[in-house]
Design a binder for this molecule. Structure first.
Ligand SMILES: Cc1ncc(COP(=O)(O)O)c(C=O)c1O
Length: 454
């Protein structure tokens, strides 16, 4: 309804309507504040219960196996592939994080798995977020997350995204080069900057050093330049590489961070934040405990108590939370002649098979291409047949759509189901709909967890 009406041919503002609108706006704001206050008052468990309702999370009883659970989903849903996501895994990882890194705030790396279920569960737990782009920032803000709980951790940012971050007060962000400083000076001069250094990433599966991070010998100049531009550098970050397998990586990276703190001090800049990045395993607790011990001890040794320590775990929270169930849609017997034509296939007297599955490397198995993954197939119904050599292909018409080459499993028939554990990290995130095969849906469950430990 318009607030401007004609009276004796003149345009006048209808005071009553305008007043009403002011009142409605005030009420809405008051209601929003009230809702926000109520949400603050809710305990973590209450917030989690709300999220479970929203996601339609089913309880996963301890006497129910993953096979039973997948089988029951087959009966209910006419699907060729789907994920079973256990939010209980995320809760257990949260508890383990709090126990091992009590002083380190996790900023979940959204890029690892931006599935709304993971984001919402972590929000209920009070996690912060590492965002790589405007869309990720927007997604996280839309969950009601305060902008101070976001780090824009992409050292090379689009100008449009910088403007968006400024408009939404997402101040904390990483940088590692001069042109980034120039952009930030122009488009977001009040930003709080974290200098990303390049640590030794040779102890990781996915190395980032060729793309990101400033070398230690160039740090002083960059800090000096930031100072000349009147920009506020608040801390230092690093990423030892994803899939790290040696704690020495954190040890030496933290020593480098300390030397950058000392350089900053020489420039009268007081840094107060250390960001230890990601790299933590999602399934290997022993490795996680070794890494976290190093981080605890080294940060206590090198930095003052008022220095805030944060991290950007992705794989740690997401990897074990998802299991992918997928059906065999087609099958081909490989003849000896084919083997001669294609010498890459092993030749022996056994029959060999090509199986075509309902999801492939253009979908959830893109981790084979992008994340060094070697997915392990498990038969939904155990078979006592002898394992035979086979190759598992995805469903598209592209020949590089190979999930596992020259593997061994008991003979399968069309309509059989396989499942693949540990499929939560870097899977759904880059899945495409190439050839019209859409990424599989996610069904949420929650295994038993001692919620009082959250
Ligand atoms: C800047 C940054 N932070 C955090 C992560 C998450 O790493 P991870 O999954 O090893 O924990 C990545 C992964 O690519 C990253 O690029």
């Amino acid at each position: 309804m318009s607030e401007t009406q004609k009276r004796n041919g003149e345009e006048v503002v209808d005071e009553t309507l305008a007043n009403k609108k002011v009142k409605v706006d005030a009420t809405t704001t008051a209601q929003q504040t009230e809702v926000k206050d109520q949400q603050c008052l809710l305990t973590t468990i209450e917030k989690l219960d709300l999220v479970k309702k929203e996601l339609d999370v089913k309880k996963w009883e301890s006497n129910v196996t993953i096979q039973d659970l997948i089988t029951s989903s087959l009966d209910k849903n006419d699907r060729d592939a789907f994920f079973v996501a256990d939010i209980g895994v995320i809760l257990k990882q949260w508890i383990k994080w709090k126990k091992n890194l009590p002083g380190v705030t996790p900023y979940y790396a959204v890029k690892c798995n931006p599935t709304v279920g993971i984001l919402k569960v972590l929000n209920a737990l009070g996690s912060s977020y590492d965002c790589a782009s405007r869309t990720e920032i927007e997604t996280v803000l839309n969950l009601g997350v305060d902008p101070t709980r976001i780090i824009y951790a992409n050292p090379c940012k689009q100008i449009s995204a910088l403007k968006f971050a400024r408009a939404h007060n997402v101040k904390l962000m990483t940088f590692d080069n001069v042109s980034e400083l120039e952009k930030i000076e122009k488009f977001f001069p009040e930003a709080e900057l974290v200098l990303r250094i390049a640590p030794d990433d040779s102890k990781s599966l996915m190395r980032f050093g060729t793309k990101f991070g400033v070398h230690i010998e160039d740090c002083f100049d960059l800090l000096e330049m930031a100072k000349e531009m009147n920009l506020k550098v608040v801390g230092v970050s690093f990423h030892v590489g994803s899939g790290c397998f040696d704690s020495i990586a954190y040890d030496s990276a933290l020593t480098m961070v300390k030397s950058v703190f000392d350089m900053a001090a020489k420039l009268d800049m007081k840094l107060n934040l250390v960001d230890v990045g990601g790299g933590f395993s999602g399934s290997n607790t022993e490795l996680f405990e070794t890494f976290t011990k190093v981080i605890r001890e080294k940060t206590a040794e090198l930095f003052d108590k008022d220095v805030r320590i944060i991290a950007e775990p992705g794989r740690y929270f997401a990897a074990s939370s998802h299991t992918l169930a997928v059906t065999v849609i087609s099958k081909r017997i490989i003849k000896q002649e084919d083997n001669r034509q294609h010498p890459r296939r092993t030749s022996n007297n056994m029959r060999q098979y090509n199986y075509y599955l309902a999801d492939g490397v253009y979908g959830s198995f893109n981790n084979v291409q992008f994340d060094h993954a070697k997915p392990t197939p498990i038969l939904l119904k155990p078979s006592n047949k002898q394992p035979t050599p086979c190759t598992l292909f995805g469903p598209t018409c592209d020949s590089i759509d190979v999930i596992a080459r020259d593997t061994q499993i008991p003979e399968l028939k069309i309509g059989d189901w396989l499942y693949f554990p540990e499929m939560g990290a870097y899977t759904t995130a880059s899945a495409s709909s190439f050839n019209g095969f859409c990424p599989p849906p996610v069904y949420y469950y929650c295994s038993e967890v001692d919620e009082s430990a959250l």
